[in-house]
Each structure stands twice: as C-alpha cells, then as structure tokens.
Design a protein around this ligand. Structure first.
Ligand SMILES: C[S@@+](CC[C@H](N)C(=O)[O-])C[C@H]1O[C@@H](n2cnc3c(N)ncnc32)[C@H](O)[C@@H]1O
Length: 271
C-alpha cells in the first residue's frame, strides 16, 4: 500500500524546511548546468512543490523547465494550484506535473540537467538509490537531495524517555516502506558512497530544523508522528509512550527541538 503524506503536514513543515536548507552552498552547481538553453530540472517525490518554491530562485540559471514527479495525484493537483511561475520573480520557468511511481525509472524524463528531491531519501531503499545513481550518471546530471532525516533528535529541556523514543523512531524509519526496506537515517551515507563509487564528487551538510518554543504546531505534529512510529515498534510500551507525549505537550511552550537532516550535492566527473 502506497504511503500517503498529508498536504497539511507538508505545508506545516515548509517554512522550517526552507530555513534549514539555507546553509547548503549551491555555488559549485553552476559549472555543471548548461548556459545556452533552459535547464531541465526533475524533482522526485515533489509533493505540493516545496522544493521548487525553495530552489528555483537559488539556481544559477533563470531559464528553467521543471518536472514535478509524484505518485499522489492530489498532491500534484495542489502543486499545480500553488506553484505560480509568474510569482517566481524574474525567472522564465515552465512546470510540468507527472504522476509516476518513483520506482518506474523507465518513465522518468529523458532530458535532465539536474535531479533533485527534498524530504525523500530516508524513505527509500538501497536498490532505489543505486537505480537513481545509474539514471543520473547516464544523463551526466548533478543531484541535489535535501532534508534527509539523519536520526538526530534533541529536546531542551530533556525528558528521560527522549532517547528511547528516538531509538524506536529510528527503528521505524528503517522499516518497510512502499519502495522496500527504507534506509531511514542511513540514507545520506549510503547515497554518498554510491555516488562516489560512480565517480561523483559529493558534498554533504547539515540542514537541521531548529524549532523554537513558539513553533508549537510543527513541534506538536512532529511529536505526535514520533509517538505513532514508536508505538508501532514497541506496542507493549503504549502507556509509557502516552505519558511521554503528554509530558511533551505540557512543555510545548518552553521546548526547543532540533531535528537532524542532511543535504547532499553530488557532482558528476567533468567531461
Ligand atoms: C515527505 S514528502 C516530501 C514532499 C516534498 N518533496 C517536500 O519537500 O515537501 C515525500 C513525497 O514523496 C512522495 N512519494 C513517496 N513514495 C513515492 C513513490 N513510490 N512514488 C512517487 N512518489 C512517492 C509522496 O507522495 C510525497 O509527496
């Protein structure tokens, strides 16, 4: 059964996602993108278009042709309604929406200059990453994968059960997803090694959420998601997990939360 992501959740996290990404330096990308024509960008698992909204204005070329690829027709419909190329300042941008399963590489675009994804990599299997590396290499395309959850969670103030919950969440992250057994927190390291093996140069950087005490809605939704994930791994600990969530919610107005994410930029071997 395909995993579904609520548009509300994607919208709630978008601001924190964009802030977290600011640290990643995209300068090196410039020399890998064509200068004499529009660049073709493929956004994998695009959801409602958050990656485009962040990245389009930061790419070193103004003339861009995007394909937003996702299996969820409703999210693509929301993307279509919320991505207004004319809003993207001085860019000349064209967007196409493609409903395709990520595993279906045969239906990926044949013309691509940059492959990108955000908040996706921790959901995928090693086999999928290997296939992605093959696809990118065939097209000699750089790859920018942002915001992969990397297993780090830290609260201030702390509760004694935080480490336990984090471990169960991370176990759940490594569990079966619709594209096979997911790498979860190990995804960035796996991808890094796979790209290096294929001759790419790889840069990684932290892109952590730093949630302040006034970001209660995102903190609450994140903690509720972790509670469910931990419960799926340790159902016999339900009472303990309910107590943890209750305590966390009582302290929301005084809690800061850091959630570890990584960005990865893979650059192909020069010709
Ligand atoms: C966590 S969301 C990230 C969405 C978006 N990139 C963002 O940053 O807001 C993961 C996305 O991957 C898509 N997805 C998950 N599995 C997929 C699959 N097998 N084929 C196509 N899309 C998939 C989901 O529909 C969802 O839009």
């Amino acid at each position: 059964m395909a995993e579904q992501f609520a548009a509300d959740w994607l919208s709630l996290r978008e601001h924190a996602d964009h802030l977290a990404r600011e640290i990643t330096d995209l300068t090196a990308l410039s020399q890998y993108l064509p200068v004499d024509r529009a660049i073709h960008v493929l956004d994998l698992g695009s959801g409602t278009g958050s990656n485009l909204r962040y990245l389009a204005q930061r790419l070193p070329r103004a003339n861009q042709r995007w394909v937003l690829l996702d299996h969820d027709a409703q999210l693509l419909e929301q993307a279509r309604a919320s991505v207004h190329p004319s809003d993207l300042n001085s860019l000349s941008i064209d967007v196409r929406y493609q409903q395709t399963d990520l595993a279906d590489f045969a239906h990926y675009p044949q013309s691509v200059d940059l492959v990108t994804a955000s908040a996706l990599l921790d959901l995928v299997s090693p086999a999928w990453i290997d296939a992605l590396v093959d696809y990118a290499k065939r097209h000699h395309a750089p790859v920018l994968v942002a915001l992969s959850y990397d297993g780090r969670i830290s609260f201030d103030p702390v509760l004694s059960d935080d480490p336990c919950v984090r471990d169960w969440v991370n176990q759940h992250q490594r569990g079966p997803k619709d594209m096979g057994s997911a790498l979860g927190p190990d995804a960035t390291e796996y991808a890094k090694q796979a790209f290096i093996k294929a001759g790419y140069t790889v840069q990684t950087s932290h892109a952590d959420w730093q949630l302040s005490a006034d970001q209660t809605a995102l903190q609450r939704a994140t903690m509720a998601g972790w509670h469910q994930a931990a419960l799926a791994i340790a159902p016999d600990q339900a009472e303990r997990l309910d107590h943890w969530l209750q305590q966390r919610i009582e302290r929301l107005n005084q809690t800061t939360l850091t959630v570890g994410h990584s960005d990865l930029l893979a650059l192909p071997c020069p010709d």
